[in-house]
Write a protein that binds this ligand. Structure first.
Ligand code: SAM
Ligand code: SF4
Length: 332
């Protein structure tokens, strides 16, 4: 089996694939409230292009694909995309990150198409807050979606929770308690300064130390656990609880040394690092496997060691600009 290495010998076996930049929400940490100009349909990768691209990647050693967006369930062909990616030789794990709003409708078909895992974003259990954070979302719809998915025996559902100071950081205990009776992995994620002004971000960023403190203050005994396919999170389980929790701290504790991922944007660019502006238009090369592989390797040969997110300009060692894209245009 081929293996794909970057210039620091990190093996790359994981692709995060954005299939649309469109979304039915406008989360405060992800998109501006006025929305963004969406890519016209002909700028977005077609289903056939996506499948051929994943075939190219599989031959290079990629075995895991996460479908994301924008909101991936908005794409009417998402079930076919999952089915066809899952059928690619060498791909053994296909997952989706979704806001969950369409899961009641689509979870069963996705499972039948071969979807292995699901991450669902939910930042609060409070209906009014959910409406404010997502700028209009209905929490009942997501909770119904989570319940629908839970009945289908997906391999460990994960809930993504971005903590934002003053908005939901007082709900850590509620999320921890949710894992008592629900076999999910709640992943607390640090708010990242992607597409957000540095000024607002600094005011709203909150580190994750509070999660352990909350456990200790409430007599919740936790210990580290290993979770398969856990990506960059450190995982823990509270004694006697069914589920678990994880911490993803790109700011306070960089995880770049184990980075194994490439990102494809809905308009067909490949990014080696979430943060930096460097990206290559890979769309044209999809039908030409050799050229495709040459371009991917070229990008990986220049992949930076670290993202340097949230560092002062003066401390940066990389002479590059941060990405112009908002998170919804990359896929997280
Ligand atoms: N729409 C889907 C969803 O919300 O799950 C998938 C796309 S969304 C861009 C992927 C993930 O990125 C979500 O879990 C979201 O919470 C996270 N995200 C978006 N903006 C972020 C930011 N500035 N910092 C940290 N995580 C962010
Ligand atoms: Fe949409 Fe997901 Fe971004 Fe929220 S986090 S605006 S659901 S893409």
């Amino acid at each position: 089996m081929e293996k794909l290495y970057d210039q620091y010998d990190r093996v790359h076996d994981y692709v995060r694939l954005s299939i649309t930049d469109r979304c039915n929400l406008r989360c405060v940490y992800c998109m501006p409230k006025e929305g963004l100009p969406f890519f016209p349909t002909d700028k977005v990768l077609s289903q056939d292009e996506i499948v051929q691209m994943i075939e190219n990647f599989a031959e290079m050693g990629i075995s895991k694909v996460r479908i994301t967006g924008g909101e991936p369930l908005l794409r009417t062909d998402v079930v076919d995309i999952v089915r066809r990616i899952k059928a690619v030789k060498g791909i053994d794990d296909v997952s989706i990150t979704t806001n969950g709003l369409f899961l009641t409708k689509k979870a069963k078909a996705l499972k039948e198409a071969g979807l292995d895992r699901l991450n669902i974003s939910l930042d609060t259990f409070q209906a009014q807050r959910y409406k404010e954070i997502t700028r209009g979302g209905n929490i009942e719809q997501v909770l119904d979606g989570i319940n629908a998915a839970a009945e289908l025996n997906f391999n460990k559902i994960k809930l993504n929770v971005v903590l934002i100071k003053g908005q939901n950081d007082d709900e850590v205990l509620d999320f921890l308690k949710y894992t008592q009776y629900h076999d999910v992995n709640v992943r607390f994620i640090e708010f990242m300064p992607i597409g957000n002004s540095e000024k607002t971000w600094k005011k709203e960023y909150v580190g994750l130390q509070n999660v352990f403190k909350t456990c200790e203050q409430n007599g919740l005994e936790y210990s580290p656990i290993e979770l398969k396919g856990n990506g960059p999170s450190d995982n823990y389980q509270i004694k006697g609880f069914k589920g678990s929790f994880g911490l993803i701290h790109p700011i306070s504790s960089k995880f770049c040394e184990n980075c194994n991922r490439l990102r494809i944007t809905a308009d067909g660019y490949v990014k080696a690092c979430l943060y930096w502006n460097e990206e290559i238009d890979i769309r044209k090369a999809i039908p030409d496997k050799k050229e495709f592989q040459r371009l991917i390797q070229k990008l990986l040969d220049r992949k930076p060691l670290n993202h340097e997110m949230a560092m002062d300009e003066s401390d940066r060692v990389i002479d590059k600009a941060p990405t112009w894209r908002h998170m919804s245009q990359i896929g997280g």
